[in-house]
Design a protein around this ligand. Sequence first.
Ligand SMILES: [Zn+2]
Ligand SMILES: [Zn+2]
Length: 186
Amino acid sequence: MTKLFISHIINSANKEGGIILINLSKFLSSNDLSLNINEIFQIEDKNFLEKTHLDNNIYFKGSFFKVEDDVLLNGIVKYTYSEECARCLTEFNNAIETKFEAVVVNYLENKEASNEIKLVLNEGCVELEETIKQLIYLSMPMKALCKEDCKGICPTCGANLNNEKCKCDNNLTDPRFDKLKDLLND
Ligand SMILES: [Zn+2]
Ligand SMILES: [Zn+2]
């Protein structure tokens, strides 16, 4: 899909609010069964960016499908944010990818308890920013490691054990377990 076409269907209706609008009217009135979107967009909500330490370039890839009377969206959101490693406390950029599905609806029905993500069609457009912000919140890990085998920091001297070896004796095992080992070995 060419860049030109993309900028035609996605437009930042309100630069201040950074609203991400996707215009589906052409797709809906066509005989096409699917519409693919592949775009990098910016979240400009400063509050959100500060809270999440998010890089404001968000990669969005999605396909809208006509399925009988419904229009469904299969999407992937990729983002990076700066995080402190839970083990070595080093700042690093954590890249997250999260998949989601949504249904395009004409209006929201009251009292409808469902986990489905709904995108309300408004003058042929759907707005994605709120949905994407929620997905980002939900997919951010509570704890993250700079790498899977991060060695952490030495509890005695504070050395980053990924970069250096220290000479501290950090044998913190409970002596009772040593006794148990001896018993098991006997
Ligand atoms: Zn680390
Ligand atoms: Zn040490």
